[in-house]
Design a protein around this ligand. Structure first.
Ligand code: DUR
Ligand code: ZN
Length: 139
């Protein structure tokens, strides 16, 4: 990926992180998806007094995009506050694997602009995906 695009995605994820609704964890997270046609869709985590209803930043971004009719994504950047480099939870890894190719880059960043790049398949090896169901149902 071009450095310029990586930086732009991290920047947009950071802006989304500033909208995080995190009164319970105080742990804001932001995500930015790059669509196949080079649009950027962002999301933040949205918590709830009923804690288990919290929606992570990654899933917010994906559900926003899909609900707007966008299904093809080529990369995602995830950022969290502080020095720690972001790491998506298990639920988000599964949802990312639904919509991004196994080799798609996943950019994990911290607030200071430091980042590392991994892939969907490295985050969730042997993922259960739409392809798994296709082979069984022969569709
Ligand atoms: O990948 C992750 C991991 C955690 N969170 C959120 C959920 C919750 O609001 C807060 C603490 O778990 O961080 C995300 O948004 N994305
Ligand atoms: Zn998550």
């Amino acid at each position: 990926m071009e450095e310029k695009v990586i930086k732009k995605l991290i920047d947009e994820a950071k802006k989304a992180m500033n909208n995080a609704y995190v009164p319970y964890s105080n742990y804001p997270v932001g995500a930015a998806l790059l669509t196949e046609d080079d649009q950027i869709i962002t999301g933040c985590n949205v918590e709830n007094a009923s804690y288990g209803l919290t929606n992570c930043a990654e899933r917010t971004a994906l559900f926003k995009g899909v609900s707007e009719g966008i299904r093809d994504y080529k990369a995602i950047a995830i950022i969290c506050n502080g020095k720690l480099i972001a790491s998506p939870c298990g639920a988000c890894r599964q949802v990312i694997a639904e919509f991004l190719e196994p080799k798609a880059p996943v950019i994990l960043a911290n607030e200071y602009g430091e980042y590392q790049i991994t892939t969907v398949e490295q985050l969730l090896p042997g993922a259960f995906t739409p392809k798994s169901l296709k082979e069984v149902n022969n569709v």
